[in-house]
Design a protein around this ligand. Structure first.
Ligand SMILES: O=P(O)(O)OC[C@H]1O[C@](O)(CO)[C@@H](O)[C@@H]1O
Length: 450
């Protein structure tokens, strides 16, 4: 029995049994490439066995650092972008109350976490400095390369703030660097300055790194249960180890996506029904988009948070171009529920709902929306999760990582690299005049002057 359940009843009208059979060999081939390490990019597939093989000593070090941060700081500023950010942000929102940073300290499980270095907005950085004000804080800077522009800019700013507040030596004790094990700008600076460091393993790319120190340190510092997170991922590793499509829901999900894509459903919307799962969708979009979007192929990953976005994107989903399908995260037991207050009058027309809870209404809305969207020509895959807890999150992370690796190989691309991301960096560095980009600087600036 798997911990999360895939319900494909609303895909049936769009995909016949023989199509399922036709995709079977493709998935079997992808399974072999992944499990036997013969696929392209195999050197980046250590996430596959990470839940069973993770470095226990590093894990303990993370737990100790988290305790130290909780003992001397009210705030942890987590600096990183892309895979060095989205997993921790997803977990922070998924595992904690909606307004965690606004709750009184005794109601929080750990420190407040704020994220920086994920944009180049000067206003955002200025506003965050104002929030920190005179509160004690630490910094976890996360970058494999140590030269990514956005986190490097933010790190300079928060390092300077730490130094002003605690002196150079005091600042060093509040900087935690998560980076490459043996090279790179951040690694070198950390060695020189004596920051406590954590490792981004070589065999795990950024978007697959949430279950390494990249995600685990911020999650643990915020009071998230990282032991349960890893336990959930390990259970998924065991449950989804079967090569046969019929016994492996992660493969079944990959097979359905692949078939729908071939039939013209080229955009997948990850639908969430809880505001605290918005960043689950953001994490998922990087995982899916960077893994699959190559050689002018791949499903475009998008997302919507319902019922909010039914009032913005709902019209398009129901009735726009028919190239969409939905993967809906269905939460079977909410974190909290409320009775609908009973009223003497029926002015708002809600009296017929008075025996329902707010969550009952949410669940019924989700059922209704699924039917309406299917009727409108949108295939609908449901992923049922029993709870919103660390175990379930770890389980779901593994489910999606495995599914995209299989689906990526089914597209005959390398699911583990991201060559396209470099192109924006090249253009930006050239325009900024970075040394080493002189030839490109001329060419790009000339294009802007036209
Ligand atoms: O960890 P770094 O080197 O700062 O890179 C940040 C992120 O940007 C990417 O290189 C591209 O999105 C990711 O792989 C990585 O997670």
């Amino acid at each position: 029995m798997t911990h999360i359940k895939l319900n494909t009843q609303h895909v049936a009208p769009f995909m016949s049994e023989h199509e399922y059979e036709e995709v079977r060999p493709l998935i079997a081939m992808a399974d072999q490439e992944l499990r036997q390490g013969t696929g392209v990019g195999a050197e980046y597939s250590d996430w596959l066995t990470l839940p069973s093989d993770y470095d226990r000593a590093e894990f303990k070090k993370i737990q100790e650092a988290a305790k130290k941060i909780q003992s001397d700081s009210k705030i942890l500023v987590v600096i990183g972008i892309g895979g060095s950010y989205l997993g921790a942000k997803m977990a922070y929102e998924f595992l904690h109350p909606s307004f965690n940073n606004e709750l009184a300290a005794d109601q929080q499980a750990g420190v407040k976490v704020y994220f920086a270095g994920n944009s180049l907005s000067s206003t955002y950085l200025t506003d965050l400095i104002r929030v920190i004000a005179d509160q004690d804080f630490s910094v976890n800077v996360i970058s494999k390369s140590g030269t990514t522009t956005e986190p490097s800019v933010a790190f300079r700013i928060f390092k300077q703030l730490l130094e002003k507040k605690y002196g150079t030596e005091g600042a060093k004790k509040r900087i935690y660097a998560t980076t490459d094990a043996s090279r790179g700008a951040l690694y070198e600076e950390s060695q020189e300055a004596g920051y406590e460091t954590f490792v981004i393993p070589n065999g795990i790319g950024g978007r697959f790194s949430v279950l390494t120190a990249v995600g685990l340190l911020p999650i643990a510092a915020s009071g998230g249960d990282i032991e349960q997170l890893m336990a959930g991922a390990k259970a998924a590793q065991d449950d989804y180890s079967q090569p046969n499509l019929d016994d492996n829901d992660a493969y079944r999900y990959a097979a359905i996506r692949r078939t729908l894509y071939d039939k013209g459903f080229t955009t997948e919307l990850l639908i969430t029904w809880e505001p605290s799962m918005r960043y689950l969708a953001e994490w998922w979009k990087q995982l899916m988009g960077e893994s699959e979007g190559k050689n002018h192929k791949g499903i475009y990953p998008s997302s919507a948070n319902f019922s909010t976005d039914l009032h913005s994107l709902g019209q398009y989903i129901q009735d726009g171009r028919r190239d969409l399908f939905e993967t809906v995260i269905r939460l079977d037991n909410p974190q909290a529920d409320l009775d609908l207050p009973k009223m003497a009058d029926n002015r708002d027309g809600l009296q017929y709902l008075e025996d329902m809870t707010v969550n009952d209404i949410n669940v019924t809305a989700a059922n209704g929306v699924a039917l309406a969207h299917v009727d409108g020509g949108v295939p609908n895959i449901a992923v049922h999760i029993p709870k919103q807890d660390a175990y379930t999150l770890g389980y779901m992370i593994y489910f999606f990582e495995l599914a995209v690796a299989i689906s990526g190989y089914s597209f005959a691309i390398n699911p583990f690299n991201q060559p396209g991301v470099e192109d924006y960096k090249k253009a930006m560095f050239a325009l900024l005049g970075k040394p080493g980009y002189e030839a490109e600087t001329k060419a790009y600036r000339a294009r802007l002057d036209q």
